[in-house]
Every structure is written in structure tokens, then in C-alpha cells.
Design a protein around this ligand. Structure first.
Ligand code: MG
Ligand code: MG
Length: 256
């Protein structure tokens, strides 16, 4: 995709719809989070998510996306799986796992996109730290999503937060504009140099999503052609919000 040509500025009315899509997406997350117990299958998590979406007459842009078409409405990525894990009946959660859930919601043709990582039962102090640093990096980036800043300011803030924590950001997958499509411009890498990249303007809506690896920054894709794992098998985490750039503070759209 030509990221620069695919930037769309949203009207206040469109942002209001995206805020409602984001609220529904947050309700999906809350529902799935409450089910993260040992023994539940990742397919059951997808079913629970689809039940919430259906209640509002919404669908997820993930289903049918790409090639091969993604089969489900959420992605569930466990431990070494960074993003795009496919829910399955035979994939059950275990105590001590960390699980990343990503979901999108389409409402009246507009998309909201967000993700979180959480533990199943008791998790190791190392895993807890990885989640804390990754979520902190998301908020460090959101703080920079202001009109007049550039995407490099955002990426640099995320990278600094992650590397100070002793972890790595992926170079292969990035944040992105979102709204009329799931993936729009600008591209927002989780690394960069302050003052570089695309100028942020009021009315842009950005899915910001630090994807963090504990071992090295290298990834590979499994033979299912979707699941992205850390190359060295180390733990990974992923947090994402859809955020509107306003005339003032960043407005997080994907909250209850
Ligand atoms: Mg997402
Ligand atoms: Mg996204």
C-alpha cells in the first residue's frame, strides 16, 4: 500500500462513530479477558467475541482479510506468538501463559482496532514486566499523537520506552491509520527519529500498537501463513488503541 496516499481525515461525526465502534471493541476485550482461564480453547474466545459483535450488528474486519483469508474475528497469540495467531478448538490456554487478543469492530462502515496482552492465572515476574513495559510504551506513544508532531516522534517514544525496559520492538509490523479501512496511512512504526516521518494532523485516526519481543527483534511466520512468532521462541506482548488526533489532547477511542 502507498501509505502516504491512503491518509484520510475524519470529520467529528465520523470520529463519533469510531468512538462507538471503539466502545464495542472494548466490550469485546472485557468479555474475552474475563474468560482467560486454563482449559478454555482459543476458538471459544473467538465465539465469545463474535457474540458481543453480533449483539450490536457489527462484524470484525479481520474475518476474511488477506490471503489466505483470515478465518476468525479475533486473533489470539500465545507466549512466543507476537501477532495474528489463529483461534482453534484444539488450542487450549494453560496457567502461566500470556495471551494477546486483537480485535477490530466495523460500525456503519468505520473501523476501530485494539489489542491487549494478559496472563492466564499466575504469570512469572518476567512476563509481568514485559506486559507492563509494552503497555507503558503504548501510552508513551499516545502522548505524542498530537497535531504538529510527526510519526517519528511517536515511534521514537515507543522505542525508547521499550529499549529502556530491556526489550525490542519489531521492525516488520507497524501501527497504521484506521477508519474507512482497517489499514490506512500513515504508517506508524514503533521506532524512529524525533522530527522525522509524516506530519500528524487533526482528524487523523491512528491504531498505535507496540509489538514487543523479550529476546531479539527477529520474527518468522509459521506455515499457517499468519501466525508471527519470535524467531528465538522468547516471550512477546502487544497492546493497541485506536486514537484520534485532535486540536488538543489525544483522544483514545477504544475504551469503554
Ligand atoms: Mg489490531
Ligand atoms: Mg492494528
Amino acid at each position: 500500500m502507498d501509505w502516504a496516499r491512503n491518509i484520510s481525515i475524519k470529520t467529528p461525526a465520523e470520529i463519533a462513530i469510531m468512538r462507538e465502534a471503539g466502545r464495542i471493541n472494548a466490550e469485546v476485550h472485557a468479555t474475552v479477558k474475563a474468560l482467560l482461564q486454563p482449559g478454555i480453547s482459543t476458538a471459544e474466545l473467538n465465539t465469545a467475541a463474535e457474540n458481543v459483535l453480533r449483539k450490536y450488528g457489527c462484524t470484525s474486519p479481520f474475518k476474511g482479510y488477506g490471503e489466505p483469508p483470515f478465518p476468525t474475528s479475533i486473533t489470539v497469540s500465545i507466549n512466543r506468538e507476537l501477532v495474528h495467531g489463529i483461534p482453534r478448538d484444539d488450542r487450549k490456554l494453560k496457567a502461566g501463559d500470556i495471551v494477546s487478543i486483537d480485535c477490530g469492530t466495523i460500525l456503519d462502515g468505520l473501523v476501530a482496532d485494539s489489542a491487549f496482552t494478559a496472563g492466564v492465572g499466575e504469570i512469572s515476574p518476567k512476563a509481568q514486566d514485559l506486559l507492563k513495559v509494552t503497555e507503558g510504551a503504548l501510552y508513551a506513544g499516545i502522548e505524542k499523537l498530537r497535531a504538529g508532531n510527526r510519526t517519528g516522534d511517536v515511534g521514537a517514544a515507543i522505542q525508547k520506552h521499550v529499549e529502556r525496559g530491556g526489550y525490542h520492538v519489531t521492525r516488520e509490523y507497524t501501527g497504521h491509520g484506521v477508519g474507512r479501512q482497517m489499514h490506512e496511512g500513515p504508517q506508524v512504526p514503533n521506532y524512529g527519529k524525533p522530527g522525522s516521518g509524516t506530519l500528524l494532523r487533526q482528524g487523523m485516526t491512528i491504531a498505535l500498537e507496540p509489538m514487543v519481543l523479550a529476546g531479539t527483534r527477529s520474527t518468522r511466520v509459521l506455515p499457517d501463513r499468519w501466525t508471527v512468532v519470535s524467531a528465538d521462541g522468547s516471550l512477546t506482548a502487544h497492546f493497541e488503541h485506536t486514537v484520534a488526533v485532535t486540536s488538543g489532547d489525544p483522544l483514545i477511542l477504544t475504551v469503554l
